[in-house]
Design a protein around this ligand. Structure first.
Ligand code: FMN
Length: 188
């Protein structure tokens, strides 16, 4: 697929069929994460989760935040949309209460996180797979060591971002560029 086609067909997808992407597809997506334009001094880890019990546990944790009657932001389950693969990017954040440069470092870290997730989504699209960035189950495990352990996050790491991947229920639509999304200015 040409890059332009990958860009226009990468779309957050919330309906998947049951077909499991094969190991070589998952490996290519992980390779894309490693090829992302990132600096290499942050501590990062990728967890590939296909275990339904682990996914359910993470969704139970998300229910405690997003399904509460008094929830400010309500989201319906399933938060992972029954996608067969869930990849979580975790890392070690910098403690802003003790380190004067920690905010700069965290901003740097989060830029890296975005690049890694984006590369994985684009590679998935190239492979005919669908994807969606998922934050609900990421924030839900912040204070849940049991969930972090169940999904394979190393000790001392926090979940930073995640993406679900699988075969779409229907073909990915072509998206149009919408200039109104982000204003542009030029200094010539
Ligand atoms: C940081 C981030 C977190 C997101 N979290 C969720 C989520 O928890 N659940 C969800 O359904 N979509 C989530 N999305 C997907 C966005 O809703 C989606 O990217 C946005 O609506 C734009 O649509 P597009 O990706 O198809 O261009 C997230 C996207 C980003 C970038």
């Amino acid at each position: 697929m040409e890059l332009e086609k990958v860009l226009t067909h990468r779309v957050s997808t919330r309906k998947y069929n049951d077909r499991m992407p094969d190991d070589s597809a998952i490996q290519k997506i992980l390779d894309a994460a490693l090829l992302a334009p990132i600096v290499h001094f942050h501590k990062l880890h990728l967890s590939v989760v296909t275990n339904k019990d682990a996914m359910n546990l993470a969704e139970d944790a998300a229910d405690e935040i997003f399904a509460r009657p008094d929830a400010a932001i309500k989201m319906p389950r399933p938060y992972l949309y029954n996608a067969p693969v869930w990849i979580i990017l975790s890392g070690v954040k910098y403690d802003e209460s003790t380190n004067s440069q920690a905010k700069l470092m965290n901003n740097n870290l989060f830029w890296n996180v975005g690049s890694i997730i984006e590369n994985m989504e684009l590679q998935a699209t190239e492979l005919g797979l669908a994807s969606c960035g998922i934050n609900t189950t990421v924030v839900a495990m912040a204070n849940r060591p049991d969930v972090k352990k169940a999904v394979g996050i190393p000790e001392g790491y926090d979940a930073l971002a995640s993406v679900i991947i699988g075969y779409p229920d229907s073909p990915l639509p072509e998206r149009k560029v919408k200039p109104e999304f982000i204003p542009v200015s030029y200094v010539k």
